[in-house]
Design a binder for this molecule. Structure first.
Ligand code: B16
Ligand code: MG
Length: 216
């Protein structure tokens, strides 16, 4: 039985669902740039950094743009996204997320956020849980994005727990890969095709069985 001392939670897709807002903001940009972008394409952007997301969205069209234009598009998309973030309230938790946070604290766990998003603190503030976490690792913390383990390794350090005693909860393939590379226990919240490599897999945050994870 592995000793567990900390949980590192991905934000988008585990605690709250900002994926829809990301989609609408990218869609607006794609329409303006006359690039085809559907909800299906959006799935490939899950857990992916802003810059990498734009590269995926533009595909071969990227050669049409200068670096300056790429930076402008990233900012434009983020400005659209931030307007949606203003609508987030304390009720916008994914089902089971609040109960999960409470359950982890009850068990004496350190709890950190490990998100690719540079808007992490804004989202946590809107949800009213910025002060809940013992550590926050976000898109500003490290330069190598998931699937590099850096964002989770930083989170483990922030709560003072060696990575081998940490559990990561993720909804993205790149995030599960990052957790495994970092030597942590990986919990995937998504279909098997996406997070099948994780040690534990559940369909949603509400389905997470802490007893199962702790007793393994
Ligand atoms: P931003 P997570 C990720 O959040 C999103 O899943 C991904 O779609 C987004 O591109 C990325 O954050 C960067 O977000 O543009 O706000 O910096 O799943 O790692 O919590
Ligand atoms: Mg995510």
């Amino acid at each position: 039985m592995r000793e567990i001392k900390a949980f590192i939670l991905d934000l988008d897709g585990v605690v709250t669902d900002t994926a829809e807002y990301h989609f609408r903001a990218w869609k607006q940009l794609a329409d303006e740039e006359r690039v085809t972008f559907t909800r299906e394409h959006n799935e490939a952007l899950r857990g992916v950094s802003r810059r990498k997301s734009l590269e995926i969205l533009l595909g071969d069209h990227i050669s049409r743009y200068t670096e300056e234009q790429i930076l402008e598009m990233m900012e434009r998309k983020n400005n659209y996204y931030k307007i949606y973030l203003e609508t987030i309230t304390k009720d916008d938790f994914l089902p089971g997320a609040k109960e999960l946070l409470a359950g982890l604290k009850e068990r004496g766990m350190k709890v950190a956020i490990g998100s690719a998003s540079k808007n992490t603190r804004t989202v946590l503030t809107r949800l009213g849980i910025l002060d809940f976490f013992d550590g926050i690792s976000d898109g500003y913390t490290v330069s190598r994005a998931k699937p590099a383990p850096d964002v989770f390794v930083y989170a483990a350090g922030a709560v003072g727990v060696p990575t081998e005693y940490c559990v990561v909860i993720e909804d993205a393939k790149s995030g599960v890969q990052a957790a495994l590379t970092g030597g942590m226990v990986a919990v995937g919240i998504a279909p098997k095709e996406r997070v099948g490599a994780a040690h534990f897999r559940y369909d949603s945050t509400a389905d997470i069985d802490l007893d199962e994870i702790f007793s393994s």
